[in-house]
Design a protein around this ligand. Structure first.
Ligand code: BTN
Length: 343
């Protein structure tokens, strides 16, 4: 009930009488009043004026993530349609795959406030407490060749980066993409660029399933550390959250809607060419590796070089001293580490 009432208050923008709400939802005025009380307890500022009704005064300052908050912010045509919000789940990636098996379609999005078995890349766990973070996965049924699907992970990274760039932030806060798909943030401490310390604030895990040599589905899972204030020791040196870098609370529903607005547009560009040619420039604008020394952990032999941009298919271009032609590093099994710090 409270979600439905919140949705009406958000959409109306002005006063809505208790009578109107009780008639609309077929509940008593006391039930409406109780739901308003619950919303206030959750942090919404709602004004109640005799003979006029209720008005939502402020939702922006808060950070409540729920179905109504998300639905009212979404402006997309297909990304996040339908949108399923869960307070708690095992892994939103697993949820998407189960939904796909049950017939869910392209664009289905699962957002959670907590994950009990969040999955990271390379078989690692993704720490997913109820700490004001975003855990979300989208189900896609791409009409592209299987070889193009891994590039979707870079498309997602670009969309998250673009959404972050669009947030209100101080100029000392810089966002970036660490190839291929980590989102990093830098709180400028006055150091030279090469010495600047970026920390990871979002990670992406893409899982693809095949059926008769065709893509059955692709699930892209994104975890963004948003309003989390402290980190377990094992990741404290390399990870941070947006609120620590930006020094304010970020509204997760607004950020989530912005990410998918960008993704919908980026995906459509990607789908046309089945590669990153149309997105390369935008991606490289966020790529923090460019010009930095990287260590390429190639199982056939590690080497060090200077990162350039990316190829049309998303490989990292690395210039190795003494070699005329640059090497192209595929995202699959090879890790790229920063030499000065995490990037
Ligand atoms: C990484 O290791 O960098 C990738 C982390 C991906 C985490 C997200 S959180 C939402 C989705 N569900 C999961 O279980 N994992 C992804």
């Amino acid at each position: 009930m409270k979600e439905k009432i919140l949705k009406v208050l958000m959409e109306t923008g002005g006063y809505v009488s208790g009578q109107e709400l009780s008639e609309k939802f077929g509940v008593s005025r006391t039930a409406v009043w109780k739901a308003i009380g619950q919303l206030k307890n959750e942090g919404y500022t709602i004004e109640a004026v005799t003979n006029r009704g209720y008005r939502l005064v402020a939702a922006e300052g808060g950070d409540l993530l729920n179905q109504a908050e998300l639905e009212t912010r979404f402006t997309t045509a297909w990304a996040g349609r339908p949108l399923i919000y869960k307070e708690r789940t095992g892994s939103t990636n697993d949820d998407c795959m189960m939904l796909s098996d049950a017939g869910a379609g392209h664009g289905t999005l699962v957002v959670a406030g907590e994950q009990t078995s969040g999955k990271g890349r390379r078989g690692r766990a993704w720490i997913s407490p109820t700490a004001g973070n975003i855990y979300m996965s989208i189900l896609l049924k791409p009409r592209v060749k299987p070889a193009a699907a891994p590039m979707l992970t870079l498309v997602m990274a670009l969309s998250v980066y673009q959404a972050l760039e669009e947030t209100e932030h101080d100029r000392s806060v810089r966002f970036g993409i660490k190839w291929p798909n980590d989102i990093v943030v830098l709180k400028d401490d006055g150091n030279e660029k090469e010495r600047a310390v970026y920390r990871k604030t979002a990670g992406i895990l893409t899982e693809m399933r095949m059926e008769e040599m065709q893509i059955k589905d692709v699930v892209i899972g994104t975890g963004i550390n948003v309003n989390m204030r402290s980190f377990p020791e094992e990741i404290a040196k390399t990870a941070t959250s947006l609120c620590l870098a930006m020094e304010r609370t970020i509204n997760r529903a607004v950020l989530t809607a912005s990410v998918w607005k960008h993704f919908e547009k980026d995906y459509e560009i990607f789908e046309k060419t089945e590669d990153l040619s149309g997105l390369k420039k935008a991606y490289e604008a966020g790529l923090v590796n460019i010009g930095r020394t990287v260590r390429v952990l190639d199982p056939k032999g590690e080497y060090t070089g200077t990162a350039g941009g990316i190829t049309d298919t998303g490989e990292l271009i690395v210039h190795v001293p003494g070699e005329d032609a640059p090497r192209c590093v595929g995202a699959g099994e090879i890790s790229v580490r920063g030499v000065m710090d995490y990037v």
